[in-house]
Structure formats: C-alpha cells, structure tokens
Write a new protein. Structure first.
Length: 539
C-alpha cells in the first residue's frame, strides 16, 4: 500500500474517531447523526455546484451507495435497540473488512496478496480485541442476543457493499462532489425513517440543543469520507477500506484519555458547591411541576433551564393519575439537553408507571397470565388514555434507557421502597443492565412478574425489620442514605397530602421519602441534598 494512501487513511481514521466521540455525547445519537449528514452536505454544497458536469454513468454508484448508507443507518439503529453500543459497533465495523475482501475480489478484481490478507486478518482480530472488551464479558455472562449479532452483521454487510461501490466510483469521478451527492441523498432517504421513529419535536429540540456540535461533526464527517475516497484512487480498496476501521483503536485511546481527564475534572468539581436537587413522583401534574422548578430557580417563565451547573434528578412516575404525563416527559427530555449545554445535569430514574405504560403500549390486551391484560392493569393503576395516545417512538426509546437505580453523591436513588431491585442484581450496574434487557424482551410473563414486584411498597418503614433491611440494602448497593419516591409521604404518616411540604427521613435516618403526593393534591417540594458539595455520578 502506498505511503501517501496509508497517510490519508490514518488521518481519516483519527478524524472518524474524533467525530464519533462527539457523537457519543449526544442524547439521541441517530437524530444527531442525521442532522450532521444533512448540514454537512449543505456546508459542502459549493463543491457540487462547481462540479455539476458529472458523467451520467456515476449515478448508479451514487444511488447504490446512498441506499447502502441508509441501510447501514437503519440496521445499526435496530441493533442498538437490541444490544449495547459497546457490543454492536465493534462487531459491525470489525466484520466489514472480511466481507470487503470478498466483494473487492469478485467485483473489482482486487484479490489481496497473501501478506495483505494476513494483515487484514490481524487487523480484524485487533479491532475486536481492542474495541470491544464488552463482547467477551457478554459472552461469558450469556448476556448477548442472537438478534443483536445478526443486526450488527447486517450493518457490516452494508458497510462492505457501500465501500466497494465507493471504491469503484472514486476511479471514475472526483471524490469531493461524489461524497456530497452520496451523503446528501442518504440524508434525504432517511427523512421518513427519522420522522416516523423520532418525531418532529425531537428533531427540532436536538438541533436547537446541539447545533454547534452537529455542524462540527457534519464538516469532519464529509472531510473524512473525501480523504478515504481519495485513498481508494491510489490503493487497493480492500486495504484502504480495512485500515480505515483502525478508527476503533483511535477511539478507544481517545476515550481512555478523555475518561482520565473527566475523572480528574470530577475530582476537582467535588470541591464546588453546585447544588443537587431531587424530585419525586409527578404523575402528570405539569403545572405544579413548573411552579416548583420556577420557585427553585431551575427554569424561567419561558420554562427554559436556568439552573446553570446544578443537578436535578427525577425519581420516576411521570405519567398516569394526572392530565399531562407525556408533556411532563417532553419537558424533562428538553431540560436534559438545555442543562447539559449549561454545564448542569438533568437525569431520571425509571418508575413503575413508566413500565406500566410501556407494557400497555407493547402488549395491548394480551393476557398477563393472571386473569387480566396489560391495558386493564395500566388503567387500574390510573392509566390516562391521553398519555398512551401521545406516545411516540422517541418517548419509548427514552423510557427504555432510564436506569432504575443511581448512586449520586453517596446517596442511593431508587424509585420504589421495595425489594424488587435485589431480584435483578447485586450492584447498581447489574440492576440497570437487567432492566435494559427487560425493556427489549417480549416475554409477557417476565413483564408481569416485574410489574407485580414494582407495585409493592413500604419495606423500610417498620421497626426494627425495616431499619435492618435498609442497612443491608445500602451495604449491597452502596451509598450512605437511600432516597426514594413511590409511596406518598402522606400515606407513610397518615396525614393529608396538603400538609406535606418537605421530605420524610426515617429508618434511623437511612431512608428519605420524597414523594410529595402531587396527584393527591399535595403542594409538592424539591429536595436538595445536604451534601451538595459532592459531584453527582450518573449511571
């Protein structure tokens, strides 16, 4: 392989790793990436305008490559709904060079030399080893899905095909205008998919929140593509196409360095006084939530984030029993982006009512096996028809990613005061992973068992058993104090909800209940962690 081609591919690989790290910081990665494709194409449109006289024979290549790029985007999105990014992405990118050798041999007449083939094999092995330690842990723990692997391999197939097409096209036309055409057409082909899956609201909010990074990623992405196509003009496509995947290695190195930097920054931030706020069950009470957030100076009169570097945690149960559950979720989703842009943080836990709504949407009137069905169970627990009618794919994806537990400044945050979590693991990470698996499964019995367990409450309140259990719970999962919602404080204290204006500390000060009973008429409150000088740690 010529040295100039190698240099082009390695530069492109570093750039590819760089924009992927920017992409990983986005909340909705596929929406972010689509915007980057579209805006990157617009930024480079001048190249296309000055090169309008492209040969007609190039259009089949443009269309074919764009279709495969679109297929890659969709199959990768599908794969991410089945398994984790750290498992799927290395398989998709690592398997592509193997298929690429086959296509370039059959269609471009470029069989690799023995030394080149050996190099590609070593490269693929290295990519998988360096880029995906999670593969081995998933295999050892039997935490992988055959469907996820198939989806990742389909994505690899798309990569290998569009790479072969691009390699052939690069020898017929200048790489720059060809790149603009392919990626621009890909963005247009993806319009129906992103609109149907994510909805117009999420597309607009993502652009508003991340517009600067989107532009940056779009420009770097197109430059990367152009450099790779330029390498195809002076080297074998199988060699250049395989070596470009070394970006996984560069991404791992950059990720490691940034992780170290982040840890150092986190330790420094522990000396700051950025406040940490926690709010319990909302249950569709949007107006009261807005008043609470305004009184705490976390949002302004236009409902935009004004909390600066503050951290705000919601403990779940946004929906049901109130009029505006989905609007509450829309607000929280928007505030997440706005807070992150301001150096703050808005995070949420999974509540049992999100699980009830999700199950009703997924299973409908399918029997739970216990003489009922999922819609009936949801309605019996305060299900609001307006909520289920307003659900979009973006809402479902967001709910599916919510963790059930989090450790924040030595506090263990959970939604429900019950034993459910112990059935799913012995660490916060194990429980969170187990719930992500549940959200992807269609096992109705597993869902029914979890919904039944999630509904229970009050395991820490009775003396002395509750105090002892709280102590063991904290010993297992970590944290100095347990903060939860789920059970209204008015129920705990047998007092009217209107009189509840602050958190209830109990079980020898090991537990804090922050459910103000908004749906019962309570005024609500936002609880501020006393040890606010410590930095929050998101799961």
């Amino acid at each position: 392989m010529p040295l100039n081609a190698l240099a082009l591919v390695l530069i492109a690989a570093v750039m590819h790793a760089g924009w992927n790290l920017l992409l990983k910081q986005a909340k909705h990665k596929q929406v972010f990436l689509w915007w980057a494709l579209l805006i990157g194409t617009v930024c480079f449109a001048a190249i296309l305008i000055t090169r309008l006289a492209l040969p007609p024979l190039i259009w089949p290549y443009v269309v074919g490559s764009a279709i495969m790029e679109t297929g890659y985007f969709i199959t990768l999105t599908w794969a991410y709904t089945i398994d984790d990014f750290s498992l799927i992405y290395p398989i998709a990118r690592g398997a592509a060079p193997v298929l690429l050798v086959l296509w370039t041999t059959l269609f471009l007449g470029e069989p690799p030399r023995p030394a080149g083939l050996a190099g590609i094999i070593l490269l693929v092995i290295g990519l998988i080893v360096v880029g995906s330690s999670s593969i081995w842990s998933s295999l050892l723990r039997a935490r992988f899905s055959a469907r996820g692997i198939i989806a990742a391999l389909l994505a690899a197939l798309c990569i290998s095909i569009y790479t072969t097409i691009d390699g052939a096209a690069a020898r017929l036309v200048s790489p720059a205008p060809y790149t603009v055409l392919v990626l621009g057409l890909s963005a247009l082909l993806l319009v129906p998919f992103v609109l149907l899956r994510y909805g117009q609201r999420l597309l607009v909010s993502t652009l508003r929140t991340d517009w600067l990074r989107i532009i940056l990623v779009g420009i770097i992405m197109l430059l990367t593509y152009i450099l790779v196509l330029q390498a195809y003009t002076i080297s074998r496509v199988s060699y250049a196409g395989s070596i470009r995947e070394v970006s996984i290695v560069f991404a791992a190195l950059l990720g490691w360095r940034l992780t170290n930097f982040s840890e150092e920054r986190s330790r420094a931030m522990q000396q700051t006084t950025a406040p940490i706020y926690i709010i319990g069950d909302i249950h569709g009470q949007l107006k009261r939530l807005l008043h609470l957030l305004q009184d705490a100076h976390l949002i302004n009169h236009k409902h935009a984030w004004t909390g600066g570097a503050a951290t705000l945690w919601f403990l779940g149960d946004f929906v049901d029993r109130g009029p505006d559950g989905i609007e509450v979720i829309n607000l929280v989703m928007r505030l997440q982006g706005e807070a992150a842009a301001a150096g703050g943080q808005v995070s949420s836990l999974l509540g049992n009512h999100e699980l009830l709504l999700f199950a009703a949407y997924r299973f409908g009137r399918r029997s739970t096996g216990l003489g009922s069905n999922f819609v009936s169970r949801w309605k019996q627990n305060g299900g609001n028809k307006k909520d289920i009618a307003s659900l979009t794919r973006a809402h479902l994806d967001w709910i599916a990613e919510l963790p059930p537990m989090a450790l924040v400044a030595d506090r263990l945050l959970i939604h429900a005061d019950n034993t459910l979590y112990l059935k799913h693991g012995r660490t916060v990470d194990e429980v969170n992973v187990a719930f992500k698996k549940l959200m992807r499964t269609s096992d109705a019995l597993a869902w029914e068992d979890t919904l039944e367990d999630f509904a229970r409450r009050g395991v820490f309140i009775h003396k002395p058993e509750g105090e002892n259990f709280a102590r063991r719970f904290l010993t297992i999962f970590g944290g100095q104090q347990l903060v939860h919602g789920h059970t209204p404080i008015s129920v705990m204290l047998n007092t009217p909800a209107k009189k509840v204006t602050s958190a209830f500390v109990y079980a020898a000060e090991q537990c804090v209940d922050v459910d103000g009973g908004l749906f019962m008429g309570g005024p609500g409150f936002i609880y501020q962690l006393p040890a606010a000088q410590e930095a929050a740690e998101e799961p």
